[in-house]
Design a protein around this ligand. Sequence first.
Ligand code: NAD
Ligand code: DAU
Length: 354
Amino acid sequence: MNDTILVTGGAGFIGSNFLLQWIDHERSSILNLDKLTYAGNLHNLEPIAHSPRYRFIQGDIADRTLVQSVLRDHQPRAIVHFAAESHVDRSIHGPEEFIRTNVGGTFALLEEARSYWSELGQRQSDFRFLHVSTDEVYGSLGPSDPAFHEHTPYAPNSPYSASKAAADHLVRAYHHTYALPTLTTNCSNNYGPFQFPEKLIPLMILNARAGKPLPVYGDGQNVRDWLYVGDHCDAIRAVLANGIPGETYNVGGWNEKKNLEIVESVCSLLDEFSPNDPVVPHRQLISFVKDRPGHDRRYAIDARKIERELHWRPRETFETGIRKTIRWYLDHEDWVREVTSGDYRKWIATQYSN
Ligand code: NAD
Ligand code: DAU
């Protein structure tokens, strides 16, 4: 075993931010295994593409032969598992890929990790399998329910969250049954650079700039707990370094906001940053549309465990994080142009057709 970390899904939104942060803050090497679905983009990783501490392998986590040879050839000391189908609306249109990657892919990784780890001898206790999961596994909260904590019972409501819950249960079982040194993080909604513009914040930024309607589902009163992506990446590094095998850690920003508030903040900041857009004030573009089927009303994370035990805290407030994010999208028009061509247009046409 050497000092390399194997990251799955490192070309996606959070994975890219994690890899860029890792090369900046850590000394060890990193290997990125990514299938490059519509959500994976190697341009995100251009700043580290030529680093001697970074390597990319294109492949599917569900391909056990490939995973086996990657583990055997590179002997990593940890796996940080981001790869997933991640968009709730897509899981409603087509759940199968979510089961294949999120459940089957995680199972394949766990099996190959277990086999690799079982041969590590005395170094077994140094190995870690860190599974990156979501707060959506806990289901939906009422307005005055306490925030999700690590022992809140699972109650996933969408095919996406059900597939992540299944993966979390498999990870738990591999620790309980085989003693594989696993760690799980359950994080709230992330936002920041490189987020694919099918998700709320980047979709609203791009539509608002183009003078297109801003589609708010239902009454816009659903609540999410928002965390800047760099803070999530810090939390994952803290859990990897000091988390206790078998434990799970909730990660969140103590920042509950209604969707409509989020869209209004994006509009106000764009009024300030981009006053010459076709429609200003941008809030005129807000348009209430048909609700998401099974739409969870409220998520909130109780992050006291990771704060107390691992001394992690978010650095960004929503106010600082959203400014950085909007600035990033304004400054990266080439990235936006590239990801919003082809299949992206088909997705938007299908999802927002009525
Ligand atoms: P994303 O959709 O932006 O990226 C997913 C990445 O995984 C892409 O690079 C894609 O190419 C890759 N991938 C997909 N299927 C694969 C497969 N079979 N084999 C190898 N690679 C594959 O996702 P994201 O928003 O960066 O989320 C990353 C992880 O974090 C996911 O596990 C997600 O459930 C979890 N998470 C996301 C959020 C959020 O707000 N985005 C919050 C909490 C947890
Ligand atoms: O909570 C963590 C989860 O956050 C992650 O596990 C998921 O991978 C990630 O996609 C995200 O899921 P959400 O469904 O909360 O994110 P999304 O950006 O799709 O939607 C955020 C909220 O905004 C949700 O209540 C639905 C609403 N929404 C979304 C879109 C795309 C709209 O009102 N209009 C839209 O067009």
